[in-house]
Design a protein around this ligand. Structure first.
Ligand code: 5GP
Ligand code: ZN
Length: 134
């Protein structure tokens, strides 16, 4: 879809900081992260959200697990939240299915801190990408 920002990222028409990919999915750093290493996993094909087609979960599953392990080993995250918003009322803003992998650290634990943006999380995303790929 030409007017879909995530289809444009898949096609390379819009830049992104990719940290993982396979034939079905890509993973890249969120441009406005809530937590350090906040990554989006998306299918290469256009699917509106995770309720549209059950098969799409299988397409992104290996990437979700790989990214979760990457942020633990490379960034020292101690856990992750794995989250997908479906529908604008649920907070979805980009209507190409995506899964947020939100790394969590011991200094900001628990569900309440999940939706509180870490003010430093967006600092130097290029260095963060290099760390994840290194
Ligand atoms: P949603 O609210 O739809 O679940 O999440 C959309 C996410 O996509 C947001 O966290 C937002 O920061 C991120 N996002 C939107 N546009 C871009 C973009 O062009 N590049 C990247 N890397 N992230 C984006
Ligand atoms: Zn799309």
């Amino acid at each position: 879809m030409d007017d879909c920002v995530f289809c444009s990222i898949v096609a390379g028409r819009i830049g992104s900081r990719r940290v993982w990919e396979d034939e079905d999915a890509i993973a890249f750093l969120d441009i406005a992260p809530y937590h350090r290493g906040h990554t989006l996993v998306i299918p290469r094909r256009h699917v509106v959200d995770g309720t549209a087609d059950p098969a799409v979960w299988g397409e992104v599953a290996p990437a979700i697990v790989a990214v979760s392990n990457l942020v633990k080993t490379k960034l020292g995250a101690q856990g992750v939240n794995i989250l997908s918003n479906a529908g604008s009322v649920a907070g979805q803003e980009v209507f190409h299915f995506h899964v947020h992998v939100l790394p969590r650290y011991a200094d900001r634990p628990g569900m309440q801190a999940l939706a509180q943006r870490d003010p430093g999380a967006g600092d130097d995303l290029d260095a963060l990408q290099a760390q994840l790929l290194g």
